[in-house]
Design a protein around this ligand. Structure first.
Ligand SMILES: [Zn+2]
Length: 308
């Protein structure tokens, strides 16, 4: 499929994926190899069917084919308007589309039984990483599953470069670091502690990002390089791969969320004040603070918090 962007002048603010064809990122042997592995890993790790799933940082809807037919409701979130427009095409308008920042989600507590954050966490600024994890824990119901990926600060390649004194930081230092602007890496121990503190347990770990690099150097033989599905659990447990997939279950039995309702009002809340929203033809209106969140092209825009 060929997607074209039609950005309007007032929609050019968002993030690094605005104005770029995120599809292009997945071109090339290395990326295609990685994409195939990631699709398999997510299929294995994500527990389906599900009641209501949210994919935060959904991009153009790359993963929608995995969950779309197996969830009663799907909510797609991205901070980039153009990516959401593409996601809407990819999924044929079958989801709810939300433009929002991951650190301040416009959802009521316990609204979802599945939450995905794939290839997103490393783009979240360090000062928002904690609040993004808080938000994920808040919007998942008891027993709900979180599936997310992070860039592993302590991966094998970084350890080797550090031993050769070619790395400007210590990969064993548990603090979160920037590699460059808009790309952070996290230490496995810090991630685990952050998840345990927020009530997650029963972890399922996989690693990726090694065999795709070999495939990228294998020329015409790339198709014969194994995906590394069998290796992924070991790489995840040892936490030595560049990318770590973490599945975790929210172990509390807290609020079960909005089990019966189908309308977005049932699970949306004002990101500014937490108030209830009323759906109007062209916006959602907060009954408590008067905030207005416009609806355009089938996408609800929560990026500007407009509390009065
Ligand atoms: Zn409000």
């Amino acid at each position: 499929m060929d997607f074209k962007l039609h950005l309007e002048p007032d929609e050019t603010q968002a993030d690094m994926y605005e104005n770029v064809e995120y599809h292009d990122f997945w071109e090339g042997v290395e990326r295609r190899h990685l994409d195939r592995l990631e699709q398999v890993l997510i299929r294995r790790m994500l527990k389906l069917p599900a009641r209501r799933l949210v994919d935060i940082g959904c991009g153009f809807g790359r993963l929608a084919n995995i969950y779309l037919d197996k969830c009663r409701e799907v909510v797609l979130v991205d901070s980039s308007w153009s990516q959401l427009q593409q996601a809407r095409e990819t999924t044929g308008g079958r989801c709810t589309y939300i433009a929002s920042n991951a650190a301040r989600l416009p959802f009521r507590p316990g609204s979802f039984d599945r939450a995905l954050l794939i290839r997103v966490f490393h783009h979240i600024p360090i000062d928002q990483a904690e609040s993004s994890l808080d938000e994920l824990a808040r919007v998942l119901c008891g027993g709900g599953q979180l599936l997310f990926t992070y860039s592993n600060k302590r991966n094998l390649e970084r350890i080797a470069r550090w031993l050769m004194r070619k790395l400007p930081y210590n990969p064993f230092d548990p603090s979160t670091s920037y590699i460059w602007e808009a790309f952070t890496m996290h230490h496995p121990r810090t991630i685990r502690r952050g998840l345990v503190e927020r009530g997650f347990g029963d972890f399922d770990l996989r690693g990726s990002g090694i065999l795709d690099k070999i495939a990228g150097r294998a020329g015409k033989l790339w198709k014969w390089v194994p995906l590394g599905v069998g290796l992924a659990p070991l790489l995840g447990r040892l936490a030595l791969a560049p990318w770590i997939f973490v599945g975790g279950e929210k172990t509390d039995t807290g609020s079960g969320g909005t089990d019966e309702a189908e309308l977005p009002e049932a699970y949306l809340q004002c990101p500014a004040c937490g108030g209830d929203l009323t759906g109007l033809p062209r916006s959602y209106h907060c009954r408590d603070c008067g905030g207005e969140y416009p609806v355009k092209d089938g996408i609800i825009d929560f990026r500007e918090v407009t509390a009065q």
